[in-house]
Design a protein. Structure first.
Length: 312
């Protein structure tokens, strides 16, 4: 079973407007509210792909209750750690022919007592799973090494730890003694870690970059190249992954959908090419849908067969 962790979930609220009028009233006739956060996008894709999963994280207040209700409606099994603070809203205003203005609440500040209590809660959940995904930014109050500690706990429990974060928390995890099973950095994140520019389209230089000491001990590194596919390193093997041309409806959440596919194949102990093809396929299927964190399982085999993995 896969455990998906979202430490700072939100209610994603979408307001579509023909025109956003500043300093005036804007009336919305259609409103979409979903349980949001990168880890919950992963959860939805796993659920749609008929995978056994448990969603967890930190929630509180009326917004936290709403998040759990939405997951119940989607039949996503969950067990959250609850705090005496309010979870957050994340508002997206879609306006003026494709523009998007976002208003993101910071969410709660986690107390030291709650931070320690969640770790105990998390340790108990690890006994029930074989893979854990850790997705998104850390809420206020948690140290930059929080994910690194969660990765170490997963390792001690014999659980795969798949990490999708950025900035200081990613760097702390890579500098820790115990490394994540998989990371999925983009071009900007690799450049920040190496403090040097990296062109992911230059395969030779990218291959060299992924052999930098900071990545030592990370079993899987998967780098998205957008429409060009991906480049991956598994131990000492390198792979170029190409994908078919598809119609992109909504790219938001495709990284989370990719992570879901990678997690389900790693949890299944699949071969390298199957792991990469599964991740690329779920990512593609998400981009073909209007809804974020959504795939159509009946299309999986069709697109899976069109993904090509080549060792380089």
């Amino acid at each position: 079973m896969i455990l998906t962790v979202t430490l700072n979930p939100a209610v994603d609220i979408s307001y579509p407007l023909e025109t956003l009028v500043i300093d005036d009233v804007n009336r919305v006739t259609q409103v979409s509210k979903t349980a949001g956060g990168k880890g919950l996008n992963v959860s939805r894709v796993l659920q749609l792909m008929d995978q056994k999963l448990l969603a967890t994280g930190i929630v509180g207040g009326n917004i936290g209750r709403f998040i759990k209700q939405k997951l119940d409606k989607d039949q996503i099994k969950h067990h959250f750690f609850e705090i005496d603070q309010e979870s957050r809203n994340a508002i997206a205003i879609l306006h003026d022919g494709g523009q998007q203005t976002e208003i993101l609440e910071a969410g709660p500040t986690i107390s030291e007592q709650d931070a320690q209590a969640f770790m105990t809660f998390y340790a108990d959940l690890l006994k029930r799973v074989s893979t854990v995904t850790l997705s998104g930014s850390l809420p206020k109050g948690l140290g930059t090494d929080y994910y690194a500690r969660m990765v170490e706990m997963a390792h001690q429990a014999g659980v795969n730890a798949i990490l999708d974060t950025s900035g200081a928390s990613l760097e702390a995890s890579l500098n820790a003694p115990v490394k994540p099973t998989l990371i999925k950095p983009n071009e900007t994140e690799i450049a920040q870690l190496l403090q040097a520019s990296v062109d992911v389209q230059d395969i030779g230089r990218l291959k060299m970059a992924l052999q930098a000491p900071i990545f030592d001990g990370v079993e899987w590194i998967v780098v998205s190249m957008g429409a060009a596919g991906a480049f991956a390193k598994h131990h000492d093997y390198f792979y170029r992954v190409t994908i078919p041309k598809i119609h992109v409806e909504n790219p938001v959440g495709s990284g989370d959908a990719t992570l879901a596919g990678l997690a389900m194949a790693i949890d299944d102990q699949a071969a390298d090419d199957v792991i990469l093809k599964t991740g690329m396929t779920t990512g593609m299927l998400n981009t073909m849908e209007k809804q974020t964190g959504f795939v159509t399982p009946s299309l999986f085999e069709t697109y899976f067969d069109q993904v090509v993995v080549t060792e380089v």
